[in-house]
Design a protein around this ligand. Structure first.
Ligand SMILES: *[C@@H]1O[C@H](CO)[C@@H](O)[C@H](O)[C@H]1NC(C)=O
Ligand SMILES: *[C@@H]1O[C@H](CO)[C@@H](O)[C@H](O)[C@H]1NC(C)=O
Ligand SMILES: *[C@@H]1O[C@H](CO)[C@@H](O)[C@H](O)[C@H]1NC(C)=O
Ligand SMILES: *[C@@H]1O[C@H](CO)[C@@H](O)[C@H](O)[C@H]1NC(C)=O
Ligand SMILES: *[C@@H]1O[C@H](CO)[C@@H](O)[C@H](O)[C@H]1NC(C)=O
Length: 428
């Protein structure tokens, strides 16, 4: 015992740290959304009694264009001010908020005294790659977070400091990457490159492989035609929606054993091998809006499966679930199959294979000649009272709805993002 406890504490500490980092991930981040900073100082710092002026403001300085709250002396807020240039940043500033301005360049001069920055938010500006002074970010050896989303970048910024943990570059025009631009970023846990102009060639050099701590990689809305090469095995969340990916190489996921969530909707997937998603950690899989014709093997831990808007005519439950192990139930709880070409509901054998399923969303189906058809049942739900928005609507059960299964069509929770909102965010 005596010699074990420090190990346990260490493990616990490490575990907690990882958990906390995971919690702050904005996996569900809506890119269009803007959140307002909370300026209201909730706890007033004791002001200098003799002079009646805020102590920190006075001694440490604040750029005249900006606001430095007395109770967060290391933060400087300069957002939403129509600024065209970055003000001079005082030495003590650690968190710098410059989002929502009209800044087009990042000049080394503004940062001449700033050496303690941990977080810079330059999102929603007009920054161009060639207007970033060479090395301006690299000198911040304590920098953890850099927000550059919603700018006019055309190239992956380089060089960046090795300390960086979160790098947000979404909504730019990035299409190129200098050869070793990503090499030093060994502490990165989250990289967001959604809504850029990336082609497959960018990943040919296996640039991401050295990011051994990378947990989340967002590459949605780019121009990829194949799965990115050389991803690090630490990856847990991978977003590839809205590209033009048409296939997944066999064994592609062998190198990603920790993958929890894979989003690859709005691509061109057609033929994938039967056991391609046999990944023991996978919990969420979204392959909606592709061209799949068949179901595939559903791994044991998968909880949410999105298959809507494909070309599936018939879901063979035996393929999804070739055997039943009564001691190790499969975890699937939600299945979405609307906008396929199903002619009848899935065989009821599915309830035995996946005893935790509580709803299957059939929605509308397309017939082979393109007509929209409705199956008799749009939603199968196993439980009647597990929902809080069920507030007593009358369900006329005169249409032979099978026992224990409800017919409903328009419930709020059938929103495609229902599970994301309800369950991913619950873990925060
Ligand atoms: C940097 O600090 C020095 C001394 O504290 C000060 O005189 C100078 O104006 C500062 N420069 C900038 C760009 O803030
Ligand atoms: C940075 O600005 C964005 C707005 O683009 C905002 O959503 C985000 O919360 C800010 N991040 C921090 C850490 O302040
Ligand atoms: C993908 O494209 C569809 C249709 O244009 C859009 O509704 C969806 O929000 C996009 N998803 C992402 C992650 O960009
Ligand atoms: C899934 O993977 C496990 C172990 O990795 C293996 O034992 C099993 O046979 C695989 N199942 C299928 C259907 O490929
Ligand atoms: C379902 O798949 C199993 C295994 O691949 C196969 O033996 C069976 O014939 C299929 N059933 C139908 C109705 O296609």
């Amino acid at each position: 015992m005596g010699f074990l406890s420090p190990v346990c504490i260490l493990f616990f500490f490490f575990g907690a740290q990882v958990y906390c980092q995971y919690e702050t991930y904005q996996w569900d981040e809506d890119y269009g959304q803007e959140s307002n900073e909370d300026y209201d100082p909730e706890f007033q710092f004791h002001q200098n009694a003799e002079y009646g002026i805020p102590f920190y403001q006075n001694t440490l300085g604040c750029a005249s264009e900006c606001f430095c709250p007395t109770n967060f002396p290391s933060s400087m807020y300069c957002d939403n001010r129509k600024l065209k240039t970055i003000p001079n940043i005082p030495m003590h500033v650690q968190q710098l908020y410059l989002q929502f301005n009209e800044i087009d360049s990042v000049t080394a001069n503004s940062f001449i005294n700033a050496t303690h920055l941990k977080e810079i938010n330059l999102s929603h500006n007009k920054i161009k790659s060639q207007k970033i002074d060479y090395g301006v970010f690299a000198k911040f050896s304590n920098l953890l977070q850099l927000h550059l989303e919603h700018n006019d970048l055309e190239e992956f910024p380089f060089p960046l400091p090795n300390s960086l943990e979160r790098l947000l570059l979404g909504y730019n025009k990035i299409s190129t990457l200098q050869t070793h631009a990503m090499d030093g970023l060994v502490h990165l846990t989250m990289l967001d490159l959604c809504h850029n102009h990336l082609h497959d060639s960018v990943f040919k050099e296996k640039n991401l492989a050295k990011m051994e701590k990378l947990m989340q990689l967002n590459l949605c809305h780019n121009r990829l035609e194949s799965m990115p090469a050389g991803l690090p095995s630490s990856l847990m969340y991978l977003s590839l929606e809205n590209n033009s990916i048409s296939s997944i190489p066999d064994n592609y996921f062998d190198k990603l054993p920790k993958l929890h969530a894979l989003r690859i909707s709005h691509n061109k997937l057609q033929d994938i091998s039967y056991d391609i998603f046999n990944l023991s950690s996978l919990i969420e899989l979204n392959v909606g809006h592709n061209k799949l014709k068949k179901a595939f093997y559903v791994p044991r831990n998968l909880e949410h499966l999105y298959l809507e808007n494909n070309e599936i005519e018939n879901i063979n439950v035996t393929m999804m679930c070739p055997s039943i192990d009564p001691l190790h139930h499969r975890h699937l709880t939600y299945l979405r199959v609307d906008q396929n070409k199903l002619k009848e509901p899935i065989s009821s054998y599915i309830w035995f294979c996946f005893p935790h399923i509580h709803s299957i969303y059939y929605g509308e189906q397309r017939s082979t000649n393109g007509q929209i058809i409705q199956l008799k049942t749009q939603v199968f739900r196993r439980f009647q009272d597990d929902d809080d928005d069920d507030n007593g609507d009358d369900h006329d059960n005169d249409d032979n709805t099978p026992e224990g299964q409800e017919q409903e069509g328009t419930e709020q929770h059938l929103d495609p993002h229902y599970y994301e909102i309800q369950e991913w965010q619950d873990t925060r």
